[in-house]
Design a protein around this ligand. Structure first.
Ligand SMILES: Nc1ncnc2c1ncn2[C@@H]1O[C@H](COP(=O)(O)OP(=O)(O)OP(=O)(O)O)[C@@H](O)[C@H]1O
Length: 271
């Protein structure tokens, strides 16, 4: 179980996340919704500790995540795998090797550096690709894949980390409608088939309502809704997004800001 208690993050005088508190039950699929700039990404990044909280505490299965550093923090990032809008694959490497990167903590460094991955890990990585119908792409360079295929590779890489929690930060923001469905189905499969808890930032209310069993609504850094999708009325959605009824009916919301690849921000690719 994930406990978030009074979590805040300030950038200068601006509070990107203000006093967020909630508990996430194991095995749930939680959508974090809200307009651009609401604090969704900062919230997820704090849980993974890519961003340090200014105040508050994160606990997971009794462990104080906010207090972790060094090797303990790296271990936490394996348990809480992050999926990014821009996929964060190594384009010049083949798909199988990208997925094997998710096993990097379980093999001696010399083996991964030399590309001498244990056969067992290759089997695990291929099986993960098969889960998402892309095993046939194993030998292709990641940069030659479509966005939807790349995001499925990123999800397979997260899966082979054997995480307990997946934090997906706008995973479908760069994808067309068909690939959006394919990627959301892949996340749903991870959640339902493997029982891995998923927290997913989404701009589309329609998608959030379709895939998530709980929604956390954010506006201006604060949590303004926390409940089942069926309890998120159009009136509440209007308040969260500051939109009119027609826009809510269309499921259209402010587009996310394009993000720099996390690698460019110095973040760990599959941390
Ligand atoms: N590194 C940073 N430095 C300064 N301000 C930041 C930083 N990261 C986020 N912010 C600010 O914090 C606020 C929340 O940003 P955040 O990216 O968490 O929102 P979001 O809901 O994920 O938005 P989007 O949907 O557009 O991705 C915004 O006002 C943003 O400009």
């Amino acid at each position: 179980m994930l406990h978030v208690e009074g979590l805040s993050r300030r950038f200068g005088n601006h509070r990107a996340v203000a006093d967020a508190s909630f508990v996430v039950e194991r095995g749930s699929f939680v959508g974090v919704i809200g307009p651009s700039g609401a604090g969704k990404s900062t919230l997820l990044r704090m849980i993974n500790r890519l961003v340090d909280p200014s105040e508050g505490r994160i606990r997971f299965a009794g462990e104080d995540v906010t207090a972790l550093s060094g090797a303990e923090l790296r271990r936490w990032r394996r348990r809480a795998a992050m999926i990014f809008q821009q996929f964060n694959l190594v384009g010049r490497l083949d798909v199988l090797t990208n997925v094997l990167m998710g096993r990097v903590a379980t093999v001696p460094a010399w083996r991964s550096l030399a590309g001498l991955w244990p056969e067992d890990d290759k089997v695990i990585a291929l099986a993960a690709l098969e889960q998402f119908d892309i095993a046939g792409l194993a030998a292709q360079r990641a940069e030659h894949l479509s966005g939807g295929q790349q995001q499925r590779v990123a999800i397979a890489r997260a899966l082979v980390q054997e995480p307990e929690l997946i934090l997906a930060d706008e995973p479908i923001a760069s994808l067309d409608p068909r690939n959006t469905r394919v990627v959301m189905d892949a996340l749903l499969r991870i959640n339902k088939h493997y029982g891995i808890t998923v927290m997913c930032n989404l701009h589309s209310l329609d998608l959030a309502r379709t895939y998530c069993d709980r929604l956390i609504g954010m506006a201006a850094g604060r949590i303004v809704f926390d409940g089942a999708p069926e309890h998120l009325t159009d009136a509440i959605a209007r308040d969260i997004y500051g939109l009119d009824s027609e826009q809510i009916a269309d499921g259209v919301h402010a587009a996310p800001r394009p993000r720099l690849p996390a690698a460019a921000l110095g973040e760990a690719a599959a941390a």
